[in-house]
Write a protein that binds this ligand. Structure first.
Ligand code: GLN
Length: 486
């Protein structure tokens, strides 16, 4: 299906096409494409059909329905749902059944959306390619031998391939923006605290945010409007009003200042990506924006800083998987210590184990000051870089990822090469600021390229408006991979 969320919503509300028909279309697309893409961990067609029938009945009786009534969606499998398993693509949570719905799931369902199932990810969201999934990798709908990005690769691939119009992911260091870029769709990481993390399985708690994937900025704005807002069950959820993001989209760009940081255009940037991003800046110039050079001098420390903070937090968060409370427990432990050791050894994949070890090391006495504490100080410097920059400009434009999607297997044995691919995305999480990725072209081989826009805290309205302006002038976001056409 190529329809957008807004189109589906309008068709259902005006009784042109019933919820049931959209859900059937989504199920048909999933059944046709899933054997090739492997974007899903689980899905429940019967439940979706039943919910769609309920929406159609309400509409037939002219009863009130929510703003997303009947829209088929998917959510990443680290977001808890009462229905179906929540596995985090980990063996350790293979049969885990969440006892409650995440805040965002409650919000979506209260808005009438129909969550068809759960999407694949790098185990516990640790990775940038969806290859670290215990369920096996998801494939990029634009080139089946390539990665869809990650860690929310399943959500991105599902939207790009036309299984659903939109989906949710989570972003700790780029996991929404980078797969959106790799799959040629729009993906937004909100400001830290804008969307409740209640029911999101924790990876790096000071970095994690949930956000939307969609075919265009308008749909992303609509989803954000629904999932954002205060929730007392997440102590970091901010109690400030949620703007009508969709209403702000159509104001003109005149006078907007876009920051260009040379630190984001240096070594390691693929020439085709550079060209596409620079061409996007020209589009903005002709739409009335000015491009202003800025500096983010601590960018060179962002990968080191992120991989200390994220792994430290991960090592603490993942201590709860002990073979006792949740999930996998070893079959024949030698003693009670072995219950913990063997269950964790068997349940976690190699990348998760690597990160637990790195994080535990960085937090251990004797190393804490040299690594973790130092990283926290550098984090402050990175945050200050952005504060200074946003004194001069409204948003910052840069590539989302340094290269187009790579071939499955190409980098999996080189964790450092993989970590370096996060160079443009992790700073936003360290600083807590919002970022969006929108399609801005294709490589010569036909692989999608993403433009990233970063804004100050709680400037989602501005970010969405500026991103939408680009989509008014270009049609990259309307392109779909061949596989979507059937
Ligand atoms: N690729 C980054 C990592 O591996 C980001 C992951 C994420 O945002 N969940 O940690």
């Amino acid at each position: 299906m190529t329809a957008t969320l807004v189109e589906i919503r309008d068709a259902i509300r005006s009784r042109r096409t019933g919820a049931r028909e959209w859900v059937e279309q989504a199920i048909a697309a999933i059944e046709r494409l899933e054997p090739q893409l492997r974007a899903l961990v689980s899905y429940d067609a019967d439940r979706a059909r039943k919910l769609a029938r309920e929406v159609d009945e309400r509409i037939a009786r002219s009863q009130e329905v929510g703003p997303l009534a009947g829209a088929p969606l998917l959510v990443k499998d680290n977001i808890c749902t009462r229905f179906g398993p929540t596995t985090c693509a980990s063996k350790i949570l293979e049969n885990f059944q969440a006892p409650y719905d995440a805040h965002v799931v409650e919000r979506l369902e209260a808005a009438g959306a129909i969550i068809l199932g759960k999407t694949n990810l790098d185990e516990f969201a640790m990775g940038g390619s969806t290859e670290n999934s215990a369920m096996g990798p998801t494939r990029n709908p634009w080139a089946l031998d390539r990665v869809p990005g990650g860690s929310s690769g399943g959500s991105a691939a599902a939207v790009a391939a036309g299984m659903v119009p939109a989906a949710l992911g989570s972003d700790t260091g780029g996991s929404i923006r980078q797969p959106a870029s790799f799959c040629g769709i729009t993906g937004l990481k909100p400001t830290y605290g804008r969307v409740s993390r209640y029911g999101l399985v924790a990876y790096g708690s000071s970095l994690d945010q949930i956000g939307p994937f969609a075919r265009n900025v308008r749909d992303a704005a609509l989803l954000l409007e629904i999932i954002a807002g205060h929730d007392s069950r997440d102590s970091t959820s901010v109690n400030s009003p949620v703007p009508r993001y969709t209403a702000a989209l159509d104001t003109p760009l005149d006078g907007v200042r876009i920051g260009y940081a040379e630190e984001y255009f240096g070594e390691g940037l693929d020439p085709e990506v550079r060209q596409a991003v620079e061409a996007a800046l020209d589009v903005y110039r002709s739409a009335g924006a000015t491009v202003v050079p800025i500096h983010l001098p601590h960018t060179k420390y962002c990968i080191a800083c992120y991989y200390l903070v994220a792994t430290a937090e991960a090592s603490s968060n993942l201590a709860r998987y002990d073979g006792v409370h949740y999930g996998h427990r070893t079959a024949a432990p030698e003693d009670y210590i072995d219950v913990y050791c063997a269950s964790r050894q068997e349940g976690f994949g190699p990348e998760v184990r690597r990160r637990i070890m790195l994080g535990t090391y960085a937090l251990s006495s004797g190393y804490y000051d040299a690594y973790y504490l130092k990283a926290l100080k550098v984090r402050t410097l990175i945050k200050q870089d952005f504060e200074q920059a946003f004194g001069q400009v409204d948003v910052i434009a840069c590539p989302t990822a340094p290269t187009p999607p790579w071939v499955i297997g190409e980098k999996i044995n080189d964790p450092l090469a993989m970590y370096l691919m996060d160079v443009y995305t992790v700073s936003a999480n360290l600083a807590g600021i919002p970022g969006i990725s929108i399609p801005c072209g294709f490589s010569g081989a036909g692989l999608p390229i993403g433009l990233q826009l970063l804004g100050p805290h709680f400037a989602e309205e501005r970010l969405l408006r500026i991103a939408h302006e680009y989509q008014r002038h270009t049609d990259w976001h309307t392109r779909a991979p061949q596989i979507a056409a059937g």
